[in-house]
Ligand binder design. Structure first.
Ligand code: UD1
Length: 421
């Protein structure tokens, strides 16, 4: 298995281009199943999760072509569709469950394996099931597969999510576009990736009204047509690379970055003493002198602080002056990076969903192990600030969500390399 070696201590300067959003692309791709006409995505990220979704859609009978070095994904679901999403593919990635809503809407029938994915908590499917059941589907679990049926088609309904779920909102939204009548989804997730999905579905002919406060009203249509859609910027990749100069020092411009995608995160960086400015090309982040200040962080659904940046933020706070308290409210088991950061000299105490980080002057390089996607990159960020060499092993998680991480960080002056193993 490959590892990444980081030699810390260099300030970072220059520009980093930000890719299209993994999490947006993973819900935009299954939208191809809703139409017999072609759907083309531009600004797609080059990631192993995208390859997994490509394999899944191909196994369902969709044609998926990767063009322009993977930045364009041209899809067509004009042929016969197989409504069975097999465990062998689904287990590799939780987002595979996003084919459930589109398959059900198109075919009136779907058999989808329960997913695997990052080991960051139980991550059940009950909200997906409840929302699709409200639209008239009958769903039962047999042998590890969800068997969903709506032989007479889905019917519009009013459904209020008891808990905000990104994936369940996406499944219900996609399904509702082809349901008969009006669907109102209340307490829907408001993540920018949902806005991007709604935009794409509208350009395919869907009728969706978003009140911007968590209510989506969808007027079902008989059919959707083809479209070409640019994938929104990856706010998690953006936030991750904003933390690189914040941790290591220096000034880096994130090309394509937008503050509105990540305002709660920017506010916390500023509270810690990091400068964030908007430029013509994106966002510029700088940290010139002195230690940063401790800040408290609570992860919440959008527009709150994203759980997908909690591990990376913790890496920053390890060297802040004072005590920071990080409360994880989305996933119950998302502090697996804490013991690894401790190996690098961090002072972190975890009690249930709360981690208290007492800042130390310097981290020290050490061999560490990546446990999930965002944890992996937090260890690389910590390595940028640490004295000496950090070796991060099990980096395959990283390839799921970050394209060219070594090249992007080297481009701004980091000493980092990937070793084949
Ligand atoms: C998506 C993102 C993931 C991010 C997460 C939260 C994708 C591909 N992944 O994951 O990177 O960390 O949003 O922002 O977009 N839950 C239930 N029942 C359900 C579904 C979810 O209880 O049926 C719970 C989960 O266990 C979790 C919370 O709801 O505690 C939020 O999960 P959800 O928003 O659904 O996350 P994902 O869509 O899986």
């Amino acid at each position: 298995m490959d590892s990444i070696i980081v030699n810390g201590g260099s300030a970072l300067n220059g520009q980093i281009p930000i890719a299209g959003a993994k999490n947006a692309c993973l819900t935009l791709m299954p939208a191809t199943l809703l139409s017999e006409e072609p759907l083309t995505l531009t600004n797609a990220p080059r990631l192993s999760d995208i390859k997994t979704m490509t394999a899944l859609l191909a196994s369902l009978g969709a044609e998926v072509q990767s063009l322009q070095d993977g930045q364009v994904i041209a899809m067509s679901s004009h042929g016969e569709i197989n409504p069975v999403a097999d465990y062998e593919i689904v287990r590799k990635m939780r987002a595979s469950n996003l084919v459930l809503g589109p398959l059900l809407a198109r075919m009136g029938h779907a058999v989808v394996s329960l997913p695997g994915g990052c080991a960051i908590g139980a991550r059940p499917m009950d909200l997906h099931i409840d929302a699709l059941t409200a639209l008239g589907a009958e769903i039962e679990l047999k042998d590890g597969y969800l068997h969903a049926n709506a032989p007479k088609g889905l019917k519009g309904a009013v459904y209020e999510f008891p808990l905000v779920s990104v994936g369940a909102t996406e499944n219900a939204l996609m399904a509702a576009t082809l349901a008969k009548g009006t669907t109102v989804l209340k307490n829907a997730a408001r993540e920018p990736e949902i806005g991007d999905l709604a935009k794409c579905l509208r350009s395919m002919g869907a009728q969706i009204d978003d009140d911007g406060k968590g209510t989506l009203t969808i007027e079902g249509v008989d059919r959707l047509h083809g479209a070409t859609h640019p994938v929104v910027t990856d706010r998690i990749e953006l936030g991750t690379y904003m933390l690189a100069p914040a941790i290591a020092g220096g000034e880096v411009e994130l090309l394509g970055g937008r503050r509105d995608l990540l305002d709660a995160f920017c506010v916390k960086l500023e509270e810690a003493g990091i400068d964030v400015t908007e430029t013509d090309k994106g966002l510029k982040v700088s940290r010139m002198n002195g230690r940063i200040r401790a800040v408290d962080v609570v992860t919440e659904p959008f527009p709150g602080f994203p759980t997908d940046l909690q591990a990376q933020m913790m890496a920053l706070l390890c060297t802040a002056e004072g005590k920071s308290v990080l409360e994880e409210r989305i996933f119950e088991n998302r502090f697996m990076h804490a013991p690894e950061l401790t190996r690098m000299g961090a002072d972190i105490e975890v009690h249930g969903g709360t981690a208290t980080v007492t800042g130390v002057e310097r981290l020290k390089g050490a061999p560490v192990m990546a446990t999930d996607l965002r944890a992996s990159v937090s260890l690389i960020l910590a390595g940028l600030a640490a004295e000496g060499e950090t070796v991060v092993s099990r980096v395959y998680h990283l390839d799921r969500g970050y394209e060219h991480v070594v090249g992007k960080l080297r481009g701004v002056g980091a000493s980092i390399e990937r070793i084949k193993g």
